[in-house]
Every structure is written in structure tokens, then in C-alpha cells.
Design a binder for this molecule. Structure first.
Ligand SMILES: CC(C)(COP(=O)(O)OP(=O)(O)OC[C@H]1O[C@@H](n2cnc3c(N)ncnc32)[C@H](O)[C@@H]1OP(=O)(O)O)[C@@H](O)C(=O)NCCC(=O)NCCS
Length: 168
């Protein structure tokens, strides 16, 4: 049984259940163009292609989830810092959001992190990103602090980051 079969979620809608996850795959340079399309569509401050290439060069854990037709459902990137995994990016394609795929990707991510010996997951999130905050809260992440003026905001303003942690 592969990882994807083991972690198959209880999907909530008929649309989502018609869509089957393919096997989770390591991000390859040739996937970055498709990832960037989603990244630019859903993030107000998207990563650049260079950010993804740099992540590969730095040997971060970068994974994509295709569907049964090889279309991307979403992706996530994390890096190991001793025994703590740092979640850098988790993204679900816009038309598939709110159907359980974020939780599914989180299941995959925490599974991989545990297998790599991580004891916890740390992340930063914009407090204004209520969809992401909700996902993390529902998943059991707890707020542990704030990083002041961490993110760029509109009109040269800055937004704090909420720092959250999940013990594994
Ligand atoms: C954040 C994101 C990854 C969540 O993925 P998702 O597939 O939309 O989330 P899910 O459907 O798995 O929902 C997970 C939880 O979040 C909550 N949630 C999902 N969509 C929501 C919405 N629109 N409003 C409020 N809560 C929502 C649900 O309550 C759900 O909890 P439950 O399973 O207990 O009901 C996704 O919305 C996304 O890619 N957003 C844009 C990119 C981003 O902001 N990434 C995070 C920072 S890098």
C-alpha cells in the first residue's frame, strides 16, 4: 500500500469523491510551471518560480499531489530543522478548496515529517488568512507567538505572522 492509499481522506462532497488523488510525488523542476500557475492564482503574495527552484536546490521537502488525470490538486513544502519540521507552503488549487484537500495534504505532510523523525511542525501564517488559520486550528496547531511585521502588506504596510506549532 502506498502513502496515498493509506492516507485517503473521507471526502465531503460528491465532486471531491469523483476526483481521486494520484500518488504523492516529489516536486521536479519541470513541475514548477504548473505549480506557479496555482501559486499565482491563489496567493496574494505568490512565491516566484525562483523560490521553488531555490527550495529544490536547498533540498527542502517539496511534494505535489496530482489527481488521477495528472492534474495538480495541490502541493506543500517543508524543511527539517533538527527535529522540527517547518511548513513553508501548503496550497490547494482554487476550485478544489474547501473540500478536504488541505486536510489531506496536511495528513501527508505530517506522515512524512513523522517518518523523518520530526517531533513537531512549526508554521507562520497571516492572521488575515482565515481559511488557512482555520485549517491549522482544526488540525490541532496551537498559537505560540507572533512575528512582528513579518509579511509585506498593501501600501507598503507589514502584517504580523501568527506562529503555530503542532506536536507530533
Ligand atoms: C489553506 C488551504 C491550504 C486549505 O485547504 P482547503 O482544501 O481549502 O481546506 P479543507 O477543505 O481541507 O478544510 C480544512 C478545514 O478548514 C476549514 N475551511 C476550509 N475552507 C474554509 C473556508 N472557506 N472558510 C473557513 N474555513 C474553511 C474547514 O472548516 C475545514 O475544517 P473541517 O474539516 O473540520 O471542517 C487552501 O484553502 C489554500 O490553498 N489557500 C490558499 C493558499 C494558502 O493560503 N495557503 C496557506 C498559507 S501557505
Amino acid at each position: 500500500m502506498n502513502l496515498t492509499q493509506k492516507m485517503r481522506p473521507q471526502m465531503r462532497s460528491t465532486t471531491a469523491s469523483a476526483l481521486q488523488p494520484g500518488p504523492l510525488q516529489r516536486l521536479q523542476p519541470e513541475d514548477i510551471a504548473a505549480v506557479i500557475q496555482i501559486e499565482q492564482d491563489v496567493h496574494a503574495y505568490p512565491w516566484s518560480a525562483g523560490n521553488f527552484h531555490d527550495s529544490l536546490k536547498a533540498h527542502y521537502e517539496a511534494w505535489i499531489l496530482p489527481d488521477q488525470h495528472a492534474q495538480l490538486i495541490g502541493y506543500f513544502l517543508w524543511m527539517a530543522a533538527v527535529d522540527e519540521g517547518h511548513l513553508l507552503n501548503i496550497t490547494v488549487r482554487r476550485d478544489l478548496q474547501g473540500q478536504g484537500w488541505g486536510r489531506y495534504l496536511m495528513d501527508q505532510m505530517t506522515h512524512l515529517a513523522r517518518d523523518s523523525g520530526m517531533q513537531s511542525i512549526l508554521l507562520e501564517v497571516r492572521p488575515s488568512n482565515s481559511q488557512a488559520v482555520k485549517l491549522y486550528e482544526r488540525y490541532g496547531f496551537l498559537p505560540i507567538g507572533r512575528r512582528k511585521a513579518y509579511y509585506p502588506g498593501a501600501d507598503q504596510s507589514r502584517e504580523d505572522a501568527l506562529v503555530m506549532r503542532l506536536p507530533l
